[in-house]
Design a protein around this ligand. Structure first.
Ligand SMILES: [Zn+2]
Length: 126
C-alpha cells in the first residue's frame, strides 16, 4: 500500500457523536506518538477556537478519556504518515440526541475551528 506523506494530507479529521472531545492519537495505548507536541499545539488551537465560541471540549486520547480502542481511522491515517489526526466528538455532552436548533451553531463553531487550524498549519509550513 502506498504510504501517504505530509505533502498530500497534513490533516485527517473524523467527526463523531457525542461528548465534546478532541481525541488525538493513539486510541489504543497511552504511549504518546512521536510528534505529540505538535499534535497538542494544534489541539490547543482547536480548544481555544471552540472555547471562544462558547463550547468547552475535553482534549486527550480515547485511551485516557474514554477507553482504549483499536481500528480508529485517526490512528490508521497517522500510521500512513498524516502528521495531524484527530477524532472530534461533537456535542452534546451526554447523548446521541441533539436539538436540531443547535446544529447550525455547531456547524459555525466547527467551521471557525477549521479556519483556525488551517491558519496554524500554514504557519507550520503546510
Ligand atoms: Zn466516537
Amino acid at each position: 500500500m502506498k504510504k501517504y506523506g505530509r505533502e498530500m494530507f497534513p490533516l485527517h479529521l473524523s467527526f463523531h457523536s457525542y461528548g465534546q472531545m478532541i481525541l488525538r492519537p493513539y486510541s489504543h495505548t497511552l504511549v504518546p506518538p512521536p510528534n505529540v507536541r505538535n499534535l497538542d499545539a494544534l489541539g490547543n488551537v482547536m480548544l481555544a477556537s471552540l472555547r471562544s465560541s462558547g463550547f468547552s471540549y475535553r482534549y486527550g486520547t480515547s485511551a485516557d478519556i474514554l477507553y482504549a480502542v483499536g481500528g480508529a481511522s485517526a490512528d490508521w491515517a497517522y500510521h500512513f504518515g498524516v502528521p495531524y489526526t484527530y477524532i472530534i466528538e461533537l456535542p452534546p455532552l451526554n447523548s446521541f440526541i441533539y436539538t436540531p436548533s443547535n446544529i447550525q451553531q455547531t456547524c459555525e463553531q466547527i467551521w471557525n475551528m477549521l479556519v483556525a487550524m488551517t491558519g496554524h498549519l500554514k504557519v507550520q509550513g503546510y
